[in-house]
Design a protein around this ligand. Structure first.
Ligand SMILES: NC(=O)c1ccc[n+]([C@@H]2O[C@H](COP(=O)([O-])OP(=O)(O)OC[C@H]3O[C@@H](n4cnc5c(N)ncnc54)[C@H](OP(=O)(O)O)[C@@H]3O)[C@@H](O)[C@H]2O)c1
Length: 261
């Protein structure tokens, strides 16, 4: 009964940013659960490696090599894919980018704004529009999952545009949820806390990083990738058929933590 409720078996799922880190993890657990996957990113070698390994457990894994900020190509490629496979059931907007060089708001330039917003927000909006129109056309009761971050709710000095973009992801999720509800398309977001990937390894692996995690996270540690599975399966399956517009923080209590005395 429980397994059926959270089942993603044979669901067609498109994951952006699946060539490393959390996106590659989502691909692995969804592949093991029998989903039909389409993995999208720019690094072809990474995608090929991941797909070759996953195909040993599930043959229904394909990949698309694409820069999501190349909007014309994105539109063409995704429309072709959706026509070929008669639509997808779940879109996971996971591709994202946080600059390693920290800047204050005063030091930011127009190009910083464009880069961060194109990757973290504009492409999410653009791709969701294409997919949702197709879901509507094919009468698919779809689910869109947008990956936000704890920086949507907590301010940390040194990376302002990333935080602004991730806040906007939560806001976009809510607006889409209301607009798409009449087509039975649900839109939710997941906001991970600290999970060690290429994006933050340079910080997490330092002593300063370790002390930061222990001090600021009530559960006192970084997250393990598998600790995202619960909410991933919830939103990807019909277990969340009456949930839309939500953002779930998977952060060990980081954003709820009390202000130090
Ligand atoms: N790790 C964390 O603790 C954490 C916390 C909160 C939120 N997040 C969010 O989780 C998501 C995944 O991040 P991660 O930690 O797993 O980092 P990651 O390993 O650096 O993954 C980022 C993914 O996005 C893809 N990507 C970036 N720019 C792209 C573009 N222009 N076109 C297509 N794909 C692009 C990358 O693939 P290519 O380079 O191959 O294109 C890669 O697969 C991001 O949205 C991030 O903001 C992560």
């Amino acid at each position: 009964m429980q397994n059926e409720l959270f089942s993603v078996k044979n669901k067609k799922i498109l994951i952006t940013g699946a060539s490393s880190g959390l996106g590659a993890h989502y691909a692995e657990v969804l592949a093991k659960a029998g989903a039909h996957l389409f993995l999208l990113a720019r690094r072809k070698e990474n995608l090929q490696y991941i797909v070759t390994n996953l195909q040993k457990i599930n043959p229904n894994i394909e990949y698309l090599v694409l820069d999501i900020t190349n909007f014309d190509l994105l539109q063409k490629t995704i429309i072709n894919l959706l026509d070929k496979i008669n639509g997808i059931d779940v879109l996971i907007n996971n591709a994202g980018y946080s600059p390693k060089i920290k800047k204050n708001v005063f030091d930011l330039e127009i190009s910083d704004w464009d880069d961060i917003f194109d990757i973290n927000l504009k492409s999410m909006w653009y791709l969701s529009n294409i997919v949702a129109k197709n879901m509507q056309l094919n009468s698919i009761k779809g689910s869109i999952i947008n990956i936000s971050s704890t920086v949507a709710n907590r301010t940390r000095i040194g990376n302002p545009f990333y935080g602004i973009a991730k806040s906007a992801v939560v806001s976009l999720t809510k607006k889409y949820a209301v607009e798409f509800a009449k087509y039975n398309i649900r839109v939710n977001s997941i906001a991970p806390g600290f999970f060690e990937t290429d994006m933050n390894r340079h910080f997490i692996q330092t002593q300063q990083g370790q002390e930061f995690l222990e001090r600021t996270i009530p559960l006192g540690r970084k997250g393990n990738f598998d600790e995202l599975n619960g909410v991933l399966f919830l939103f990807a399956s019909s277990a969340s058929s009456y949930i839309t517009g939500e953002c779930v923080f998977v952060d060990g209590g980081y954003i709820t933590n009390s202000i130090p005395n």
